[in-house]
Design a protein around this ligand. Structure first.
Ligand code: GLC
Length: 551
């Protein structure tokens, strides 16, 4: 897709493949803006902030789950897929939100959670009421434990820690790859398949433009018995289709059906898979007869180093070209420590920042964070990302350079990862604290009440109000970068300009250049006009941990 500087926002996103080069802003609705003052963000709150989204210059919003939920996992435990949590609003509010966004040419993508329901979903309640062996249990994965023992059917662990099996009152066990309140569905059951198509249709008919598919690689499982022990299972991220629980080839049949449905709309609805699979296996999720796009978490997991960034970018651009999709880039979301903090943490001696974990973090801000370094690198990384071909996914608050909140008191934590790991994992609440809109005031302008996760005192300095008038603020950087990106040709090509192995330099269509200095000393800038830089330049030199765009 090629855009010209004259393109209006509405025209810009009108094309059917708008998602290929889109800047998508993730809203975690319970922590964005709270209109009714109950301490939990809501849909009217988001509607009231549409002007902010317009000024930021995004193309689409991805809305994390807003469905009725007991919040055992931040809304990823869904009670009813075709409704709105009454604490967040009504279906009518939802319609108003779409209308308000569409009026500004902003698309709306909603999160769909097909691997598991909540334990309050009517199907699960029915399953628990049914006797062992009755059809109502077949929509989930119920099994007996080994004969005569009180042990679960296997030693598999849930992603959040502890056994992946929970026992029911009549002694049977059900599988839950996440929290016990999130029973896994049996996707071999025709009713499960049919019902999700209904849900996709429900939201598509209401006007949503696309879907983000939660743990898209988990739906189909090989449950042949005897169940293999966890010690013999391959690592999820390296399993290449050989893991019984993740990334089974059969899952693509489901997405073919989804794609057929999504293509009946004009323009077709987009979909992006959250599939934690090796890069080469991502292509099938992102194929044109599948979901169309898949998240690439490779940059998010890379250290801030030239070689790692270059390798990830090359590999993913090649993959996108091969399968006709477009790359996705992301540094922060609701599951990971914010990148402004990550880049300020001491380097992990084991390599990468994840301490060998597949995807789930973290221990917040321990050990000590170098806040200034983290922010400088985060700004440089973001500017680099926004220069890449493909779509960029931003997470609410990163445009403020917001740091992870590491100091949440234990009594305030909500993440099941914290509870199930018995405190070994601090969990993901630190990136989910309601964002600050004003310098002071109750809940820093989040709403007229309090805030369900406690905001620290230092939040005010990161607020929208504090940054709006400051041309050097992170908010101003994001706004300028998105405005410039929109006016530039954003096709799929990128040409490397080779020089040193610490300066990442490439040109895009029309001669637009991006250059990032990962080295320790300032480097000479090319002879071209600097349009934007992530930090101050030193004369005609680019300081370390800084990105500049030139024309
Ligand atoms: C996804 C979500 C995460 C959630 C998990 C289970 O990875 O991003 O927040 O906990 O799925 O639904």
């Amino acid at each position: 897709m090629v855009t010209s500087p004259q393109t209006t926002p509405t025209a810009r996103t009108a094309q059917s493949d708008w998602w290929r080069q889109a800047v998508v802003y993730q809203i975690y609705p319970r922590s964005f803006a709270d209109a009714n003052g109950d301490g939990v963000g809501d849909l009217p709150g988001i509607i009231s902030r549409v002007p902010y989204l317009v000024a930021l210059g995004i193309d689409a919003v991805w809305l994390s789950p807003f469905y009725p939920s007991a919040l055992a996992d931040g809304g990823y435990d869904v009670d009813d897929y075709r409704n709105v949590d009454p604490r967040l609003g009504t279906l009518d509010d939802f319609d108003q939100l779409i209308e308000a966004l569409h009026a500004e040419g902003i698309k709306l993508i909603v999160d769909i959670v097909p691997n598991h329901t909540s334990d309050r979903h009517e199907w699960f309640l029915e399953a628990l009421e049914a006797a062992k062996g009755e059809p109502a249990r077949e929509r989930y994965i119920f099994r007996d434990g080994p004969d005569g023992s009180d042990q679960p059917p296997s030693d598999w662990e849930s992603v959040f820690g502890g056994s992946a099996w929970a026992k029911t009152d009549d002694g049977q066990w059900y599988l839950h790859m996440f929290a016990a309140e999130q029973p896994d569905l049996n996707w071999q059951h025709p009713e499960v398949r049919a019902d999700f198509l209904e849900t996709l249709k429900f939201w598509s008919d209401r006007g949503v433009d696309g879907f983000r598919v939660d743990v898209a690689h988990a739906l189909v499982k090989d449950l042949s018995e005897p169940f293999p022990s966890k010690a013999t299972l391959p690592r999820q991220s390296e399993s290449n289709g050989k893991h019984p629980l993740w990334d089974q080839d059969g899952v693509h049949e489901i997405y073919r059906d989804w794609r057929n449905l999504l293509n009946t709309y004009d323009p077709p609805k987009s979909a992006v898979a959250e599939a934690f699979v090796p890069a080469a296996r991502r292509a099938r999720y992102a194929s044109a007869d599948g979901l169309g796009q898949a998240f690439n978490f490779d940059l998010l997991q890379a250290d801030f180093e030239y070689e790692k960034f270059r390798k990830v970018i090359e590999e993913n651009l090649a993959l996108a070209e091969e399968n006709g999709s477009s790359s996705t880039w992301v540094f922060s979301n609701h599951d990971v420590v914010r990148h402004a903090t990550r880049y300020g943490l001491p380097k992990n001696p084991k390599g990468g920042w994840q301490d060998g974990k597949d995807w789930l973090l973290s221990n917040g801000t321990e050990p000590t964070v170098d806040v200034a370094l983290g922010l400088r690198r985060a700004r440089a990384a973001t500017l680099l990302m926004l220069a890449l071909p493909g779509s960029a996914y931003l997470y609410q608050g990163e445009e403020l350079g917001l740091q992870e909140v590491g100091e949440l008191p234990a009594a305030n934590l909500q993440d099941p990862a914290y509870f199930r790991s018995k405190g070994a994992e601090k969990g993901r609440d630190g990136c989910r604290v309601p964002i600050p809109w004003t310098v002071d005031g109750l809940s820093f302008g989040f709403g007229p009440g309090g805030s369900h996760l406690l905001q620290p005192k230092w939040f005010g300095a990161y607020s929208v109000q504090a940054q709006e008038g400051d041309p050097d603020s992170t908010l101003s950087l994001y706004r300028k970068a998105l405005a410039v990106r929109r006016g530039l040709r954003t096709g799929n090509s990128l040409t490397w300009v080779d020089g040193t192995d610490w300066v990442l330099h490439f040109t895009r269509d029309g001669g637009w250049q991006s250059i990032t200095n990962f080295g320790a000393a300032p480097v000479e800038l090319p002879d071209a006009a600097v349009v934007l830089s992530s930090g101050p330049l030193e004369g005609d030199k680019l300081p370390s941990d800084t990105t500049a765009w030139l024309i």
